[in-house]
Design a protein around this ligand. Sequence first.
Ligand code: PXP
Length: 239
Amino acid sequence: MSAKLSVNINKIATLRNSRGGNNPDLLQVALDCERFGAEGITVHPRPDERHIRYADVYELKKHISTEFNIEGNPKEDKFVQLVLDNKPAQVTLVPDASGQLTSNHGWDTIQEQSFLKQIIPVFKDAGIRVSIFVDPVAAMIRGAKACGTDRVELYTEAYAQNYPVDKTKAIADYVTAAQVAAKEQVGLNAGHDLDLHNLQFFAQSIPNLLEVSIGHALISDALYLGLQNTVAMYLRCLK
Ligand code: PXP
C-alpha cells in the first residue's frame, strides 16, 4: 500500500486572504484536489487566522469526502474545541507558538508526557485518530508511544535540506525512526518541505509510511504545472 497524499491547503487561504474576497475559493480547491486524486485534505488553522479561518474548517468538514486532517497546538483551548466540533479523521498535534511562521520542531514527548497523556484521550474518545509531530529521534517515538498516540508525523525539514547534498545521509535518521515506530506499533506519517524532488526517495526508503501532508511546494508547483497535473505527479512519487 502506498502512502496517502493529504494536500495542505493553507497557502490557498493565504492567497485568498490577501485580497479579502473569496478568490481562490478554498472549498472548491479542496474538492478539486480530491477530484484529482488526493486522499486527504489538511488544514493548519492558527489563532491569528492568517490563513485558514476557524469558519473554513466547519465549511470544509461539511463537504470533504476524503480524510480530513486538522493540525494545531492543543494548548490552545479554541483549537481543541474546533477539532471536537468537527471530528476530522485525524488531528495532528503540533507544538508551535501562536505567531510562528511555520512549524519548526516536534514535541518533546518525554518532557511533555503528562500533558500529551491527558490531551490525546480527549480526541481519541471522540473517535478522532491522533498523530503527533516529532523529530526523527528514537527516544521521541518511544515517548510518543507511551503518550498513547496512534501515529507520529516525522518532521521532514532536515531531510529536505540535506537531500540535495547526500540523500543517503539525509534519510538515515528517518529510516531508524521508522523502524522504531514499526517496533512500537505506532503508525507513521511525514511532512514539511517534501516536494517533487525529494518525495519519491523518501517514500521508497520508508516502507511503513502511511501518509504525507504537503502544502507549500505542491501549491507552488501548481502555478506552473496546474493543480490537476501537480496532484498526479505527487501521487506518482508515492506509488
Ligand atoms: N506538517 C506540519 C505539522 C506542518 O505544520 C506543515 C506546514 O503547515 C506541513 C506538514 C506541510 O509542510 P509544507 O507546507 O512544507 O509541505
